[in-house]
Design a protein around this ligand. Structure first.
Ligand code: NAD
Ligand code: MG
Length: 336
């Protein structure tokens, strides 16, 4: 079998940002043989972590100066300023600018220099999973896209990077900045983060308002969701149907569509329209620039929801959760 791996480029990489994605990317790429430097603001919150992991940490301006490829892994809302004030002035001619989410480029907040290749590599998982899967010899599937191909080799750079993350061990799918950005926003808003948490809260409130114990409601609508999602993940809805009782199946068929009906789907389409026409991003940028007044209010309401209060008490008794695992003694920690 022939692989293209041997012919892929080996760029010198600067990873700017060392959070969820940044740390996983930097570590996987280094272990895959790439020369990796980390760019962070001096005194920033993750500088110590990157140094403790053995990376050379420079300011973003210094880090990108002789990099062949710059991975922008800071929060989306600071990327425009970072690009305009630091990257545009300091990146080498003909270098590769890489993102893990297409938002800033797709919606025109960042207009990359014409001499650059501009690509996207987005692992389909949080950073911790990207690292864990790599360490056990597997990988998280990645999607990649090309926005600007000045060198004619933009795709090879994207594939080299995705391979270095371990994504080639799993699955690589080509997409566009538009498709990645719009589907990623839709997924997190309508189904994964927004949809799922609102569904759980509404179910919890329905039971508690009907007089049932909050502890029981928590187990029924939040805790057990993991078992269902694990089945989805392993074998789709088919696998869930194989594992749940006939009673649960019949209830699913008759009541699921009463809760999530055509009107829900119509509202999902509205959400998608707001994403596609830029309304969501315009509002999010305005919210960010105003100092996040609504974001903070909404977040506080979520954190204070009664399901969080009861959940905290119940999870303290779940010894198998990482937070409750016995802590290693300082001697064990030092030996590890
Ligand atoms: P994060 O918030 O976990 O980490 C951000 C990092 O950037 C931190 O190290 C922070 O100190 C640093 N930083 C902040 N402002 C900076 C600045 N002005 N200059 C230099 N460094 C700065 O971010 P994340 O969740 O890893 O997201 C990074 C990118 O990856 C985003 O584009 C996001 O959309 C994308 N992404 C995230 C996930 C995920 O699961 N978290 C998944 C796929 C893609
Ligand atoms: Mg996202």
């Amino acid at each position: 079998m022939t692989t293209t791996t041997d012919t892929l480029p080996q760029p010198k990489i600067a990873v700017v940002g060392y959070g969820s994605q940044g740390r996983a990317h930097a570590m996987n790429l280094r272990d895959s043989g790439f020369d990796v430097v980390v760019g962070l603001r001096a005194g920033g919150p993750t500088e110590g972590k990157a140094k403790a992991d053995g990376f050379i940490v420079k300011t973003p301006a210094e880090a990108v100066k002789d990099a062949d490829l710059v991975a922008v892994l800071t929060p989306d809302m600071v990327q425009k300023q970072l690009y305009d004030e630091v990257l545009a002035a300091n990146m080498k001619q003909g270098a590769v600018l890489l993102f893990a989410h297409g938002l800033n480029v797709h919606f025109g907040m960042i207009a990359p220099r014409e001499d650059l290749d501009v690509v996207l590599v987005a692992p389909k998982g949080p950073g911790a999973l990207v690292r864990r899967e790599y360490e056990i010899g597997r990988g998280v599937p990645c999607i990649y896209a090309i926005y600007q191909d000045k060198s004619g080799k933009a795709k090879d750079y994207a594939l080299a990077y995705a391979g270095g993350l371990g994504g080639a061990r799993a699955n690589l799918i080509e997409t566009t900045f538009k498709e990645e950005t719009e589907t990623d926003l839709f997924g997190e808003q309508a189904v994964l983060c927004g949809g799922a948490s609102s569904l759980v809260q509404a179910g919890f409130e329905t039971l508690v308002e009907a007089g049932y114990q909050p502890e029981i409601a928590y187990y029924e609508v939040l805790h057990e969701l993991k078992l269902i999602v694990d089945l989805f993940y392993e074998g789709g809805i088919t696998r869930m149907l194989e594992f749940i009782s006939e009673t649960a199946q019949y209830g699913d068929y008759v009541s699921g569509p009463r809760v999530i009906d055509a009107s829900t789907k119509a509202r999902m389409k509205d959400v998608l329209t707001d994403i596609q026409n830029g309304t969501f991003t315009k509002n999010w940028v305005a919210e960010y620039e105003a100092g996040l007044p609504n974001y903070k209010k909404f977040k506080q309401a979520d954190l204070e929801h009664p399901i969080e209060v009861v959940g905290k008490q119940l999870r303290a008794k779940m010894v198998w959760l990482a937070d409750n695992a016995p802590k290693p003694t300082s001697q064990q920690a030092a030996a590890a």
